[in-house]
Design a protein around this ligand. Structure first.
Ligand code: SF4
Length: 357
């Protein structure tokens, strides 16, 4: 069991972050925010995939002006991503937005940041204080020479203290760099010194395959250390993919369960059915299924009986056939041709029973 770091609660709209809340899954749209229809359509797809908070970019006035319509129609809380411009931050704060992300590295005017925070407090809007290795303050770059983990943590601590000094506490912090070790170290230093919730992720992780692995390592290690109250997997891909990968990471660590978890063997010379084909068909048919069950699809008797028994449902394959297990018991023998249909039929029954949530 992972012992999560004790953090104070922060609310983004109706979503609780930190304290006893589960690790929250976030993503970010990649549409032009001023294209309201496309942005809302993507937010709805993200919501269906399990995204619980969504961030949208607000680089221009035109984007900020689209926020009221987006916020009004979004099924999940929306955070506006603000860089460089206090003017756009103030526009966003008038939109009904649930949260804003501020990067003090590029709004260096402390007076303006204070004004933004006062307005957030008045309107009960949460803030994500975002520290990025690519936009660290000049004074820290001079002190450390480059954005080290210590420099990133120092920046996060400095601004957190600043936020608190001006009386603002409804915020979480993100400290992100694209280097996994630097990222882990910076978050660890910060986590040891405060109880402020942390949003974690590896920024600019890359394309889907490599980026998912990099994210799983970086985010996974932090989560294992108990650090992380919200996560975002940053991929150069459809953001829906980010949400799926985030849940896979959380599911692997037993922190969240959403949808089917397939346990299948890598196959070897003992195999006597076309297991990759069976797994592929099952995966395709169960795409988007939210029933939180474990499905084992195993190639031969070596591990099959045990795995199929431990899962909620499973196929223990053998000679062109399989034993279908349900809740630990073998219920029937099925031929290779019918195994996918029979498995899906039983899963449908499990769903209809309402027993699995
Ligand atoms: Fe090989 Fe059987 Fe193990 Fe699958 S379960 S990898 S077929 S030994």
């Amino acid at each position: 069991m992972i012992k999560r770091r004790k953090t104070r609660p922060v609310y983004v709209g109706n979503v609780k972050i930190g304290d006893d809340a589960p690790v929250v899954v976030q993503s970010m749209t990649d549409t032009k925010t001023h294209n309201i229809e496309e942005t809302l359509s993507q937010i709805n797809r993200l919501h269906e995939a399990g995204c619980e908070i969504v961030r949208v970019a607000a680089p221009t006035e035109k984007d900020a002006k689209a926020l009221p319509e987006i916020v009004k129609n979004s099924p999940i809380p929306v955070i506006a991503d603000i860089h460089f411009s206090p003017r756009i931050a103030f526009l966003a704060l008038e939109s009904g937005i649930h949260g804003i992300r501020l990067n003090p590295g590029n709004i260096s005017d402390e007076g303006k940041i204070k004004e933004i925070l006062q307005e957030c407090k008045k309107k009960n809007i949460a803030v994500r204080l975002g520290i990025n290795s690519g936009s660290l303050e000049e004074r820290l770059l001079e002190k450390y020479g480059y954005p080290t983990a210590e420099a990133l943590a120092e920046s996060a601590l400095y601004w957190s203290e600043f936020f608190e000094k001006v009386g603002f506490t409804n915020f979480k912090v993100s400290i992100k760099g694209s280097d996994v070790l630097q990222n882990i170290q910076a978050n660890k230093i910060f986590a040891e010194k405060t109880d402020i919730p942390l949003h974690i992720g590896i920024t600019e992780a890359g394309p889907s395959g490599k980026g998912s692995i990099k994210s799983a390592v970086g985010i996974g290690i932090l989560l294992y250390m108990g650090i992380g109250d919200t996560v975002r997997v940053s991929l150069t891909a459809d953001p829906v993919e980010e949400v799926k990968v985030a849940y896979q990471i959380l599911q692997s660590l037993g922190l969240r369960r959403r949808g089917i978890e397939i346990i299948s063997c890598p196959t070897c010379g003992r195999i006597e059915v076309n297991l990759p084909e069976v797994v592929k068909k099952v995966e395709e048919k169960l795409e988007g299924e939210t029933l939180p069950i474990k499905v084992a699809i195993m190639g031969c008797v070596v591990n099959a009986i045990g795995e199929a028994r431990e899962a909620d449902i499973g196929l223990a394959c053998g000679n062109r056939s399989a034993l279908l297990f349900k809740e630990g018991q073998p219920i029937k023998r099925v031929s290779e041709d019918e195994m996918v249909d029979q498995l899906l039929k039983e899963i449908k029954k499990m769903k209809e029973s309402g027993k699995y949530g």
